[in-house]
Design a binder for this molecule. Sequence first.
Ligand SMILES: [Zn+2]
Length: 59
Amino acid sequence: MIELQLGQKIISRKTHPCGGNVWTVERVGTDIKFLCATCGRVVMLPRSRAEKFIKKTAE
Ligand SMILES: [Zn+2]
């Protein structure tokens, strides 16, 4: 299981339609909320899908 912390940056497996692939973790719980660093859109994913969504964590 990937350890996620609020404010952490992650790289997604798929590129967002805006062209970005860097996201900030906005909420950690049953659902994980990600904020696109490029366009500011938010996605909420259940943890099982969030783990597939994440390619790697970024510093
Ligand atoms: Zn975006």
